[in-house]
Design a binder for this molecule. Structure first.
Ligand code: BGP
Length: 471
């Protein structure tokens, strides 16, 4: 079961979910800072105002990560710390903060793996149309360049975007993320195209600097499987994967959009405005994209909708991954199955789906380098005699690491695994109740940190390079 020495054992966080200090040292407000103040948007009205105070406690947190033996730490930069207005003047304090975080990682030999955009858009840009406004593309590229120039001497792994399908899907279809728009496929597809363009232009800018690192992007990876092998449900799975996988990976890896999806968008009038220079950048950047990051939590089980079906009104509860919803185009719906296991939040637990999904990606895209940039179990961890006994998380990660190893042995090019999350943090819509970390944060006692059972377990996994994982 041993993983090779060049495989990263890591863990991840995102700025909004850990940092807090949303208006400190010159940071500008973001779309999320505003969105969470709308009543009912988040569980118990939680906000990232303090989060887990990583902004002030990053030294303590990184020290704990080092003690756990973490080889790489994936974190995101908050754009509004670097450019409080989204564009214009750089905030030197923002640069200083991330320099400190990077240097702190390097002090312990932890490789920083940096996400440039994990959903927190500077508020002035959101007010001007956010990802629907083509100016946001240029603003992102300028911001990305500043990050490459200031951090690229020490950061050799950049992720441009985290999970386009989630922030665009929740932003323009479910209305559960900013800007909170519901059921608008034309806007949704336009936003995704603008993001792919921004990614491509950032890749070109990065390569022009010749920093000799790698750059890619991370998607949520929820491969669709048919509920049975009937023709109609098999079609539903193909359709779901075209929209959920190919629409997201083809422009990045092949430099063009999948014909199947394009055909349907043209037919129903939801095809985005795509300018020639944008399509040219997407084409030019594809062979330069070094890797894809996969955030795998669960697969989806789908069935074709054959009879009229009353869609649930999208809400916070049903928009965060639990099955039960029809697809935006009414072609299929996701289904909870009796023979599958689910988390307390209704997400399927399926290491088998992970192996099959990775194989599917290899079939689509060949030898592209992959990192598992998120995978983990959201749970309410039991505390027994003062100890956080997160045994279900240990089992979950064990099984998913075994799945990764199986995929590697079958020839899939996976180079690292980042558990979500390094430390307990703010779940975007589910507050602090849904925990993911190896490190517990006590919200009743000054955010004191405490090692969970999984902390010691992961330490041992890293130490032995996975030798003792069990099948
Ligand atoms: C991913 C996001 C993460 C994290 C995770 C768990 O989609 O990239 O930021 O939030 O999902 O999600 P949740 O907190 O909703 O359980």
């Amino acid at each position: 079961m041993k993983f090779s020495n060049d495989f990263f054992f890591g863990a991840a966080t995102a700025a909004y979910q850990v940092e807090g200090a949303i208006q400190e040292d010159g940071k500008g407000l973001t779309n999320w800072d505003e969105f969470v103040t709308i009543p009912g948007k988040t569980f118990e009205g939680t906000t990232g105002e303090i989060a887990v105070d990583h902004y002030h406690r990053y030294k303590e947190d990184i020290k704990l990560m080092a003690e756990m033996g973490l080889e790489s730490y994936r974190f995101s930069i908050s754009w509004a710390r670097i450019f409080p207005e989204g564009t214009g003047d750089i905030n030197p304090k923002g640069i200083e903060f991330y320099n400190n975080v990077i240097d702190e990682c390097l002090k312990y030999g932890i490789v920083p793996f940096v996400t440039l955009y994990h959903w927190d858009l500077p508020l002035p840009l959101e007010k001007e149309g956010g990802w629907l406004n083509k100016n946001t593309i240029d603003a992102f590229v300028s911001y990305a360049k500043v990050c490459f120039e200031h951090f690229g001497d020490r950061v050799k792994h950049f992720i441009t975007f985290n999970e386009t399908v989630i922030f665009c899907g929740h932003g323009y279809l479910a209305g559960a993320h900013p800007p909170g728009i519901k059921n608008d496929p034309a806007k949704y597809f336009q936003a995704t195209h603008n993001v792919f363009t921004a990614h491509a232009k950032a890749v070109l800018a990065y390569k022009a600097l010749k920093q000799y690192g790698e750059i890619g992007l991370s998607h949520v990876f929820s491969p669709a499987f048919a509920v049975d092998d009937s023709k109609e449900h098999t079609f539903a799975a193909m359709h779901a994967n075209q929209f959920g996988i190919n629409w997201y990976y083809d422009p990045v890896l092949k430099g063009e959009y999948p014909e199947y999806v394009m055909g349907l968008l043209l037919k129903n009038g939801t095809c985005p405005v795509m300018l020639d220079d944008e399509l040219a950048s997407i084409k030019q950047a594809a062979p330069l994209n070094d890797f894809i990051g996969l955030n795998y939590y669960q697969p989806i089980r789908v069935e074709k909708i054959t009879e009229p079906f009353e869609a649930l009104e999208p809400t916070r509860e049903n928009s965060t991954g639990a099955p039960g919803n029809p697809s935006f185009d009414g072609v299929y719906r996701t289904v909870k199955m009796n023979d599958k296991r689910y988390t307390k939040w209704g997400w399927e637990i399926s290491p088998e789906g992970f192996v099959d999904g990775l194989q599917l990606l290899k079939d689509y895209y060949g030898d592209i380098r992959m990192y598992i940039t998120e995978n983990g179990l959201g749970d309410e961890d039991p505390i027994i005699e003062g100890e956080v006994c997160d045994i279900p998380r240990i089992n979950f990660i064990n099984d998913h690491l075994v799945a990764v190893k199986k995929a590697i042995d079958a020839g899939v090019n996976v180079k690292g695994y980042y558990a979500w999350s390094a430390i307990d943090l703010l779940s975007w819509l589910n507050g602090y109740k849904k925990q993911y970390g190896f490190i517990y944060v006590d919200h009743n006692n000054d955010l004191v940190r405490k090692k969970k059972a999984s902390f010691h377990w992961y330490q041992e996994v890293i130490n032995t390079r996975g030798e003792n994982l069990h099948n």
